[in-house]
Ligand binder design. Structure first.
Ligand SMILES: *Cc1c(COP(=O)(O)O)cnc(C)c1O
Length: 390
């Protein structure tokens, strides 16, 4: 008989009753070191006192207000995002998928508004993940996500990851936008080089195509910059954000330049919950903390420390691990074994990790993880790897 919860996930037999920082705790008090952070969501750890205060203060005032009215919490967060990025304007959503949907709609509307409605092709890359809506799965094109869900929304073209020659050849006066993650998350923590991202920006500038970056996973301090594209010294026209921005409360956003958003007049898009006061109160607090240069410098320092220790782990287990990649606290261990086996062995050592494509184990701890917890994580991964080969 089918489970009461639709069985679209292979769930681990683990359930957490509460959390404290980087630790998730089961009902019997067993503490798991959480290097998944709800898949790059809990950027400030579990039950962060600042975020609990932001949420409960707002909860005592007003929970939900329609976007038919002014929402000051939303305006405050939009201003914080505009002031710390390329963007001129922000639309709030409840998830990354919804952000992807709006980004796609915004691109199409832009060209329609510009008098070029035939210009609809969005170029994406293999290994991409933009969410699970019909539009977002069409954008990814991955067999395992699209199989059985056709017909797919037309207008997408998927190229090999980071293949600039293929991109040059594919771009035409039909190319509406190029859309990519600066560091592929689900695809296996695969960063695009700064040089290649700059080249993609140039190709977009030459052809007029919009550059859409999906920073749902790599954004909000994860890589040691507020947004990963900052490393390349370029800016996109449109950017999707979610996951970390809510610190665990459902929140997403589309950031855009005034030009890219020029077709989005009143009535062209909407959301009942998007930009809800609870979500935006938490998001504003997350931004206040994470956008601080000193906080981001710490993410970088800790990312370097973690990486160095992971190099030692690889040297100690050359049959299990191949390489470490990523930036800041968005790290991936390329494995020689199935990453799901390592994830399971990790459960026995009370450590939570997340698998990804390209045989990669993802390490996405809360950004405020301590040095001691990083050392503890590597010790637990070491025991998990040992248990796997014996
Ligand atoms: C998780 C993710 C999404 C989808 O976000 P949801 O909140 O699950 O809808 C989109 N893009 C990237 C890069 C992601 O990692």
């Amino acid at each position: 008989m089918i489970s009461h919860v639709l069985p679209t996930y292979n769930r681990a037999p683990l359930s957490f009753e509460r959390g404290e920082g980087a630790w998730a705790i089961t009902a019997d008090g067993t503490r798991y070191l959480d290097l998944g952070a709800g898949i790059a969501v809990n950027v400030l750890g579990h039950a962060n006192p600042d975020l609990v205060a932001a949420l409960t203060e707002q909860a005592g005032r007003i929970w939900h207000v329609s976007n038919l009215y002014q929402i000051p919490q939303q305006e405050r967060l939009a201003t914080a995002l505009v002031e710390s990025t390329f963007a001129d304007t922000v639309f709030f959503t409840n998830s990354g998928t919804e952000a992807a949907e709006l980004a796609i709609k915004m691109v199409r509307k832009y060209w329609d508004h510009a008098g070029d409605p035939e210009r609809i092709e969005i170029i994406t890359f293999e290994g991409a993940f933009h969410g699970r809506s019909t539009g977002a799965i069409a954008a990814s094109g991955a067999e395992k996500m699209v199989k059985g869900f056709g017909p797919l929304m037309p207008g997408f073209r998927t190229l090999p990851w980071g293949d600039l020659e293929a991109l040059k050849a594919a771009m035409s006066d039909r190319t509406a936008a190029v859309m990519l993650e600066p560091v592929q998350g689900e695809g296996g923590i695969r960063p695009i080089s700064d040089q290649d991202l700059r080249a993609i920006r140039e190709l977009c500038d030459e052809t007029g195509a919009l550059l859409v970056l999906d920073e749902v996973q790599c954004g909000v301090g994860r890589t040691g910059r507020l947004f990963a594209h900052e490393y390349a010294g370029i800016t996109p026209d449109v950017m999707m954000v979610a996951k970390g921005i809510g610190g665990g409360f459902p929140l997403g956003a589309v950031l855009a330049t005034e030009e890219a958003a020029s077709g989005m007049a009143a009535g062209t898009h909407g959301s009942t919950y998007g930009g809800n006061p609870l979500a935006c109160a938490v998001g504003a607090r997350v931004m206040q903390i994470v956008a601080e240069p000193a906080f981001l410098a710490e993410v970088n320092r800790k990312g370097g420390l973690f990486r160095q220790k992971l190099e030692g782990l690889i040297a100690a287990h050359p049959d299990v691990f191949e390489a470490v990649r990523g930036q800041g606290l968005m790290l991936g261990l390329k494995c020689k074994v199935a990453p799901v086996d390592l994830v399971k062995a990790g459960y026995d050592q009370q450590i939570l990790t997340v698998p990804a494509a390209d045989n990669t184990l993802r390490l996405l701890p809360p950004l405020n993880i301590t040095d001691e917890e990083i050392a503890e994580a590597v010790a637990r991964l070491d025991r998990a790897a040992s248990a796997l080969v014996t």
